[in-house]
Design a protein around this ligand. Structure first.
Ligand SMILES: [Zn+2]
Ligand SMILES: [Zn+2]
Length: 195
C-alpha cells in the first residue's frame, strides 16, 4: 500500500462527493485528524476501516489500496463490445457494454469468452413479420440448460433470461447484422452471427 497514492485518491473521491474531512470522520467514529493524515500520505487507513471507507467513498477496496482508478477506453457505447459475466457461486448473469469490474458473491468475475456454436449449442431462428422467432434445441434440465440469450447490434441489446424446464422459445425484434450470445450453465458462452 502506497500511502501517498491512497491518500490522494481518498482526497479526490471525498471532494467529488462533497464531504468534508470531518463528515467522513464522524461517519466512521474517528477523528478528522486521522482523515487529514491519510490524505497527506502520513499514514494509511487501518484494515478494519477499509470496508466502511470504501463504501462511503464508493470505490472498491483494491482500488483504494492501489490508489489508482482504472479508466476504461470509451468505446462509444457500442453494444457489440458487450461483455458477459456469470457468477459461479449464485449463477447470476450480468452484461456490461464494455469492460467493467464486476463482482458477485465476494469474487471478481472475469468476462466470458464466447465459443462458436456447435451441434448441441445453437439457436434456430425463423423470421416472423418483424420479429425473430427463436427456439433452442438444447436440453432444459435443472443441471444443464441455457440460462440466457442476448442479441446485440451496434446500438441495441435484447436479453431474455431462461429457466430450467421452461420451453425455450421467444421473440426478439428484427435488427439486421447483429450477433446472438447465449449461455449454457454447464458449457459456457456461445455466439452466433446473424445475417
Ligand atoms: Zn453471485
Ligand atoms: Zn450445454
Amino acid at each position: 500500500m502506497d500511502c501517498t497514492e491512497t491518500g490522494a485518491l481518498i482526497r479526490r473521491l471525498r471532494t467529488e462527493k462533497g464531504f468534508t474531512q470531518k463528515e467522513i470522520a464522524d461517519r466512521m467514529n474517528i477523528s478528522d485528524k486521522t482523515v487529514s493524515k491519510w490524505e497527506r500520505g502520513l499514514g494509511c487507513p487501518d484494515v478494519s476501516l477499509l470496508n466502511e471507507l470504501s463504501e462511503i467513498l464508493g470505490v472498491n477496496i483494491d482500488r483504494l489500496l492501489s490508489g489508482k482508478l482504472v479508466n476504461n477506453e470509451n468505446n462509444g457505447g457500442n453494444m457489440k463490445k458487450t461483455e458477459f459475466y456469470v457468477c459461479p457461486t449464485c449463477g447470476s448473469f450480468t452484461l456490461s457494454s464494455g469492460k467493467a469490474e464486476v463482482s458477485c458473491c465476494g469474487r471478481r468475475l472475469p468476462p466470458l469468452e464466447a465459443k462458436p456454436c456447435d451441434e448441441k449449442h445453437r439457436l434456430e431462428i425463423a423470421e416472423m413479420e418483424d420479429e425473430y422467432f427463436i427456439t433452442i434445441p438444447h436440453e432444459m434440465s435443472k443441471e444443464h440448460y441455457i440460462g440466457a440469450v442476448s442479441y446485440l447490434s451496434d446500438n441495441r441489446c435484447f436479453t431474455v433470461k431462461l429457466y430450467p424446464e421452461q420451453n425455450p422459445e421467444f421473440r426478439f425484434p428484427q435488427v439486421r447484422g447483429g450477433c446472438f450470445y447465449f449461455y449454457c450453465v454447464k458449457d459456457g458462452l456461445y455466439s452466433m452471427r446473424n445475417s
